[in-house]
Design a protein around this ligand. Structure first.
Ligand code: NAD
Length: 482
């Protein structure tokens, strides 16, 4: 098996740093079939062939012991830790988005905190009528659609959970992150081979398209669809007529009331908001702060590396980071500029003629509730700050900004009534109290991690058990031991 040498790591790091300095997306055709001469395993030209191959893998996995599945998962953890820096650099270089060191940390989180086969727990019921066993069975071949924002993290995290549950997977990754996603597909297949599993455990496309996604959605061998992405693609899989898990968009609000530890709240919010340049769907996107502590919060945010822009500058920047498009219904809608998503604060500020150093990691602006910085999921280190008079107004506006997506919301407070009320009313899958948003996915908070947070379909913080179906076996009148 080809090992990655230290020199190869250094080579890619210096290449990527060169590309990042240009602060533009890398202008390069990314090869989705190989990395530094090592041909990727499991990459197909044709979606039908990829599905057939995954079905062959499924037959092998079905015959495999749980212990052997766990050995493959252990090997995936090992390779993910070893190659986290490469995937972090590659992800940024290919997509032009995010922060390589933060992406490295996200891979380590996936390696350490994605549950394996221990997550699959059978249950038994016994009584006068004997024994009934409920087991969590695989679906078969899973079709997974993955985003550009956490590409390799999602491929690896999904692969581990789906394999732990006994499934095989075919990926239709985001075309803008195809080299990074397929690097991760290959990593999973190398780990499988290392641990004595099938050579092609998971499959992907050389050039994924909407058409290949459509083939996946309707293919009879695909028994479960798992989609991590924006509203368009989640709607598409939920309309497929198959069992689907939808992990969609968020617009997480943060409330800060006047009982909070304000300096800590300021730092936590900026830490969460700027992690991987705000690409994580759980990251803080707008703030509602009590008027009587707003000045102190803003000062704390500036100390934590924020640059405050005026209302006029915020309007100017909003016109750059959002572009108007006509949707299928002929209506004009605002969508985020792909040239701005996941870019750093200095790069975004330069677009309105403000030069700052690399110590600036967030852009903050006091705005009204209707402002674009509050209403849109920007996925950039930009925070709109709205002053509110009390908890009633804070909760009302924060719930409106969250928009019923039921994704994530956060709050800084020591008032348990306020905390409980917002948690109940906002109804999000993740609710983080007094910490950066990433505590909600196990980074500095308790609990396992995932990069597929299924709000719309209710699986929540997905793990192996989310990718299973219940089966019941009944033995009437026997097999009790009492
Ligand atoms: P995106 O929606 O642009 O793309 C996701 C994938 O769907 C890509 O592979 C894309 O090619 C494909 N796609 C888009 N429309 C499709 C359609 N109609 N049919 C089939 N495939 C289609 O997502 P992105 O920009 O990579 O990711 C950002 C979005 O994803 C944000 O809204 C973010 O909140 C969300 N997200 C959610 C989670 C979560 O766990 N809930 C995790 C990561 C990202």
């Amino acid at each position: 098996m080809a090992q990655i040498t230290e020199n190869e790591i250094k080579e890619i790091v210096s290449k990527v740093i060169g590309e990042l300095k240009s602060s533009k997306p890398a202008e390069k055709n990314w090869d989705s079939t190989q990395y530094n001469g090592r041909k990727f395993i499991g990459i197909f030209d044709d979606m039908n062939e990829a599905i057939e191959s995954a079905n062959r893998s499924y037959k092998i996995i079905r015959a495999m012991s749980v212990e052997n599945r766990e050995k493959i998962i252990t090997a995936i953890r090992k390779l993910t830790r070893e190659e986290a820096a490469i995937m972090g650099e590659l992800g940024v270089a290919e997509t032009g988005m995010g922060n390589p060191e933060h992406k490295r940390l996200k891979h380590i989180l996936v390696a350490d905190k994605t549950p394996g086969t221990e997550d699959i727990v059978p249950t038994a019921k016994t009584g006068d009528n004997g024994l009934t066993l409920i087991e969590m069975a695989p679906f078969g071949v899973v079709g997974a659609i993955t985003p550009s924002t956490n590409p390799s993290e999602t491929v690896i995290c999904n692969s581990m959970g789906m394999l732990a549950a006994g499934n095989a997977v075919v990926f239709n990754p985001h075309p803008n992150a195809i080299a990074t996603s397929n690097y991760a597909v290959d990593l999973v297949n190398r780990a499988s081979k290392m641990a004595g599993g099938p050579e092609v455990l998971v499959c992907s496309m050389k050039m994924p398209t909407m058409e290949s996604a459509a083939i996946m959605e309707s293919h009879p061998l695909i028994k479960l669809l798992v989609c991590t992405g924006g509203p368009g693609v989640v709607k598409a899989v939920l309309s497929s007529g198959k069992k689907a898990i939808g992990a969609g968009a968020g617009n997480p609000p943060v409330i800060v009331d006047d009982t909070a530890d304000i300096p800590k709240a300021a730092k936590d919010i900026i830490d969460g908001c700027t992690f991987d340049n705000n690409l994580p769907c759980i990251a803080e996107k707008e703030v509602f702060v009590f008027n009587n502590v707003a000045d102190q919060l803003i000062e704390g945010m500036k100390r934590a590396g924020s640059y405050q822009i005026t209302k006029e500058q915020a309007d100017q920047l909003a016109k750059i980071v959002l572009v108007e498009k006509t949707n299928k219904a002929g209506k004009t809608v605002k969508t985020v500029s792909r040239e701005c998503v996941g870019r750093s604060a200095p790069v975004l500020l330069a677009k309105i003629g403000i030069e700052v150093g690399s110590d600036i990691r967030c852009i903050i602006a006091e705005v009204g509730f209707e402002h674009d910085f509050v209403q849109n999921e920007l996925m950039m280190p930009i925070l709109g700050i709205v002053r509110v008079k009390d908890i009633d107004e804070a909760i009302e506006l924060a719930c409106k900004a969250e928009g019923g997506r039921r994704h994530s919301a956060h709050m800084h407070s020591k008032n348990i009534d306020n905390l409980s009320r917002f948690a109940r009313e906002v109804e999000t899958t993740i609710f983080v109290k007094n910490a950066p948003s990433y505590a909600g996915i196990g980074f500095g908070g308790e609990g396992h991690t995932t990069f597929t947070i299924a709000g719309p379909t209710g699986e929540g913080i997905t793990s192996a058990r989310s990718f299973t179906r219940q089966r019941r076996c009944v033995m009437a009148d026997s097999f009790r031991i009492i």
